[in-house]
Design a protein around this ligand. Structure first.
Ligand SMILES: Cc1cc2nc3c(=O)[nH]c(=O)nc-3n(C[C@H](O)[C@H](O)[C@H](O)COP(=O)(O)O)c2cc1C
Length: 353
């Protein structure tokens, strides 16, 4: 593989993905790249109809375009070029062009999910304008921001239903724990999932988190109110944010979520360039997608009611109307993340023809 292609794919592969599953495979044919989704990389309850993975692919493609610009190449992207091959997400032609390097390129390798408490101090007005411009960079994506502290606090509680259900729903619980990497060595071996240090557990949360990996214990603890307490702790973290940014699209087709991922990545990289920390909060949003897609066999009816009510609060706060509320990010100033997640090497995600 030529060095410039390798550089571009290294930049693209820094993109975020649900559980760091990196659901991409690239077939390189000279200066043309076929980008495939690998559905079995993410079989979580969150990844309804692969829409979570489509968001990750959007971030991958945006990162690829940015990395290509630094090589003096324009990445011309055609989404879903072959209706008979739904896993072929994009065909990318790298074309010589008179373009300058995208200034966001410097931040591809610095961007990370930061799950720490953030400073609630407001983002300054000039930065706010830059963030809004970045969020509005993809035509079909609409954004909605909330920076009122009382509203952020109220919504934090709705978002933290995700953590409550992690300890009350066996499929969610078992999937999540099977993706926790307990040591650095384990994280480097798998290169996917959640390295424990990136979860930013504080004080007594650490031993409790380890104990609750056994479903029998988690279920028993839930009866004593432990899952609700965990959600409360998470709500405190979510409330410690300066701004919440929602990304919305008209429908919920795969390409809509690719567009969401592109806008999200430009916004995230811009935040990184401004020294602002970012964490997606998507659990409840994807649970709602699942209820809509398959009337919720995955959840007990009491859980379904909780999801509908949390989602309704979030959706109305952002003025979603009839649009699909796909992703919400929380933003604020914070110390750097305690650790970074691993990635597959370029050779592991590529085949050449
Ligand atoms: C579609 C999507 C949804 C995500 N949802 C969440 C979430 O709800 N909570 C969270 O803490 N991280 C979430 N993440 C962040 C991923 O876990 C993270 O990107 C991945 O572990 C790689 O880590 P990195 O972003 O630091 O490179 C999401 C990422 C994507 C692309």
């Amino acid at each position: 593989m030529e060095q410039h292609i390798r550089n571009i794919l290294e930049g693209a592969a820094t993109a975020p993905s649900g559980e760091n599953c990196q659901p991409w495979h690239v077939v390189v044919k000279d200066n043309s790249l076929e980008i495939y989704n690998v559905p079995e990389r993410d079989l979580s309850l969150y990844n309804v109809n692969q829409l979570g993975s489509m968001t990750a692919h959007g971030a991958f493609l945006e990162s690829l375009k940015i990395a290509a610009s630094a090589e003096g190449l324009e990445a011309r992207v055609r989404l879903f070029p072959d209706a008979s091959q739904p896993t072929l997400v994009a065909l990318v032609d790298l074309v010589q062009a008179d373009i300058s390097a995208d200034p966001l390129e410097k931040y591809l390798r610095i961007r990370a999910t930061n799950r720490k408490l953030y400073d609630k101090a407001p983002v300054d007005a000039a930065q706010y304008v830059l963030l809004k411009t970045a969020a509005d960079s993809v035509a079909s994506v609409r954004t909605s921001f909330i920076d009122d502290q009382a509203r952020i606090k109220d919504l934090s509680d709705a978002f933290s239903l995700n953590e409550r259900l992690l300890f009350e729903n066996r499929a969610l619980h078992d999937f999540f724990y099977s993706h926790v990497r307990w040591t650095e060595e384990e994280d480097r071996r798998y290169k996917t999932g959640f390295f424990i240090k990136t979860l930013e557990l504080r004080g007594p949360q650490q031993p409790a988190f380890k104990l609750l990996r056994r479903w029998g214990l988690a279920r028993f603890a839930a009866r004593l109110g432990v899952s609700k307490q965990i959600a409360k702790d998470n709500a405190k973290t979510y409330a410690a944010s300066a701004v919440l940014a929602a990304f919305l699209v008209r429908q919920n087709l795969p390409e809509d979520f690719v567009h969401i991922g592109r806008a999200m990545q430009r916004f995230w990289l811009t935040s990184t360039s401004l020294g602002l920390a970012v964490q997606p909060m998507t659990g409840v949003l994807f649970f709602m997608q699942r209820l809509q897609a398959e009337s919720g066999q995955a959840f007990a009816s009491s859980q379904q009611a909780l999801i509908r009510s949390s989602f309704a609060r979030i959706s109305s706060a952002f003025g979603a109307g009839g649009d699909t509320l796909a992703v919400v990010l929380r933003i604020g100033r914070a110390a750097a993340p305690s650790a970074r997640s691993s990635r597959f090497s370029v050779d592991e995600i590529v085949s050449e023809e």
